[in-house]
Ligand binder design. Sequence first.
Ligand SMILES: Nc1nc2c(ncn2[C@@H]2O[C@H](COP(=O)(O)OP(=O)(O)OP(=O)(O)O)[C@@H](O)[C@H]2O)c(=O)[nH]1
Ligand SMILES: [Mg+2]
Length: 306
Amino acid sequence: MRPPEEPGAAPTRCGYVALIGAPNAGKSTLLNRLVGHQLAIVTPKAQTTRNRLLGIAIEGLAQIIFVDTPGIFAPRRRLDRAMVAAAWSGAEDADQVMLLVDSSRGMDHDTRQILDRLAKREHNSILALNKIDLVSRASLLGLADAFSREGRFDPVFMISGLKGDGIENVKRHLAGVLPVGPWLFPEDQLSDAPQWTIAAEVTREQVFLQLHEELPYASTVETERWEERPDGSVRIEQVIYVQRTGQRAIVLGEGGQRIKAIGARARAKLEHMLDRRVHLFLFVKVRQGWVDDRERFKALGLDYDI
Ligand SMILES: Nc1nc2c(ncn2[C@@H]2O[C@H](COP(=O)(O)OP(=O)(O)OP(=O)(O)O)[C@@H](O)[C@H]2O)c(=O)[nH]1
Ligand SMILES: [Mg+2]
């Protein structure tokens, strides 16, 4: 329940907290854990997230607006550059920046580049050493030491987004430091993403999980139709775009087996998320060179000057 705004009562707080880090650091897993809902897609492959996504949590009197961002890495393609631009713009607009590090990887090249840029910020950042379930206590302390020497971090958390360790401490801390002010979103709102975007992401998650090598990186998914049915079910039509004809054949698979499997898993997940029957229709189309075509990213909401 939203607290009553009585005179003399403790003030409400509200602010944005950007989760940034190298690809695969666990940002999207953490966002889902902090919000308590599966909003962002998660896969074992790097560069899963392509755009910013808000996840909104309430902690006491504070509304904490977490910003999931794409992993920051040395970009090559235009799409990659737009993704990295989206990540930094998420950080620049936020009240607090939280750098996530995969503790089992430690200080890798991408994280070092991020540290260099964070050093130019006026404020301290928060450090979250993530995936602590994978490392020993001793190496964790060594890592905390190394990062404290390299940057201005306050505080430092040791967490596991996957298992949930340390998550409450993070929320409690943020609830105390965000700016005093009214909540910016209705109390029951979990994200800024419309359902049709989240539905496209659910299918893209399956593309990442079920296809390999360059294919996940050559594919994008758009929801083209969303039709509410009188019986309470929903009919969703989506297109998986790939870059070349040969890729289309792989996404379809022999006798259409692969696209069937992608659709089946995505549909099951959508039914769970939407809590109703879903009729999912997937089409695969070729859109040559879309990863270098800025107009295409605009359609995905990735509108950055690159
Ligand atoms: N063991 C362990 N694995 C984790 C943890 N957090 C995330 N992972 C795994 O790490 C992989 C990447 O997680 P994501 O949440 O997609 O990482 P990300 O930082 O959002 O990745 P990008 O969107 O590609 O930048 C997945 O296989 C997760 O299950 C953790 O705390 N412990
Ligand atoms: Mg992600």
